[in-house]
Design a protein around this ligand. Structure first.
Ligand SMILES: [Zn+2]
Ligand SMILES: [Zn+2]
Length: 347
């Protein structure tokens, strides 16, 4: 079967590799669509060396497909022919132990045995069945980016509720027009927050206002003035999706005292860190946290929101597997809002 592999020297190649055989409790999924996530741009370019231990390595972690075969024990969870979404729900999304303190407290991402999904840019992938979520008919194959982009955004925005920001309060989404941000705006609206979308450039501001239903949309250059004058000094929480460190500084500055800061974007390591002066920390007392992907249960909640029409993927680009490198180049240039997907894995 065909599969995209990252080779040493930051190169991507479509190779012919053996079709996987499902092991204990695994399901073999024939991929129909695969979402192209911005994190793959970083992986292929070598921006995140800590995540690649050996070459060649498979790549891709957002998929929708049909279960074609079940390994021993997997028939407890699925039937052959089920249509499923697979991606980064749960821990890294491929396996978590379910028995350690983190798994049992609902944070499987921190499980020591967690294994991530890699290798969805292929005709087939075999995965632990418990990491898959069955799709209702109302969710189309084009909604594939819910598997990482959608879930990551949903789980990040849900943290505002968890940490006491009640519906009706204003919150900011920095990088609101992007592949993650556009889901976050819709999820935040579904939770009932007043949403301020921040991005750069008039076309993106128009997209946030006209297509995503944000209450307010402003350019990053104008955001501090806007919250000061229009939102009584600051928002109750910021979630930052931009891969640029400047977006993190802005997200902190937009918050009033005691705000909830959720970091999601992953800048290149060479961009350095976030700075906050301890005295500013004392006077403004924010709660600062990171959010990455989400749980399988959150994936089910998000699939339901999508089936109800409250969250929808905005797809700007569709391509066959052979054009993956071009799509990655376009994402790096932020050539369009929303997501890109592969919809033909055999070509
Ligand atoms: Zn991703
Ligand atoms: Zn565990």
């Amino acid at each position: 079967m065909k599969a995209a592999m990252i080779l040493e020297g930051n190169r991507l190649e479509i190779q012919d590799v053996p079709k996987p055989v499902p092991a204990f409790e695994e399901a073999l999924v024939k991929i129909i669509t695969a979402g192209v996530c911005h994190s793959d741009v970083h992986l292929v370019k070598g921006d995140w060396p800590r995540f690649i231990r050996s070459f060649p390595t498979p790549v891709g972690h957002e998929g929708i497909g049909i279960i074609e075969a079940l390994g021993p024990g997997a028939d407890k969870y699925f039937q052959i022919g089920d249509r499923v979404i697979l991606g980064l729900g749960g821990a890294g999304g491929a396996y978590w132990c379910g028995a350690c303190e983190f798994c049992l407290s609902g944070r499987p991402r921190l499980c020591r045995q967690a294994k991530g999904v890699r290798g969805v840019y292929a005709e087939y992938v075999s995965l632990w069945a418990k990491a898959l979520v069955k799709l209702p008919e109302a969710v189309s194959n084009e909604e594939v980016s819910l598997a990482c982009g959608g879930l990551t955004s949903y789980s990040a925005v849900k943290k505002f509720l968890k940490f006491g920001v009640v519906p009706g309060k204003p919150i900011a989404i920095v990088g609101a027009a992007g592949g993650l941000g556009h889901y976050a705006v819709q999820s935040a609206k579904a939770f009932g927050f007043k949403v301020l979308g921040v991005d750069v450039g008039q076309d993106k501001i128009d997209f946030i206002k006209n297509h995503l239903g944000a209450d307010y949309a402003v350019d990053a250059a104008d955001a501090r003035r806007f919250v000061k004058e229009e939102l009584a000094g600051g928002v109750y929480g910021s979630v930052v999706f931009t891969p640029k460190i400047a977006g993190f500084a802005l997200g902190l500055k937009l918050m009033r005292q005691g705000g909830i800061f959720v970091s999601v974007g992953m800048p290149a390591e060479s961009e350095g860190g976030i700075e906050i002066n301890p005295l500013e920390l004392l006077s403004r007392d924010p709660i600062i946290m990171s959010s990455a992907v989400g749980t399988v249960e959150e994936m089910r909640e998000l699939v339901q929101l999508c089936a109800d029409g409250k969250v929808k993927s905005h797809i700007s680009r569709r391509a066959p597997l052979s054009q993956l490198q071009n799509v990655l180049d376009e994402l790096e240039r932020a050539a369009y809002p929303g997501r890109a997907i592969l919809n033909d894995m055999a070509n």
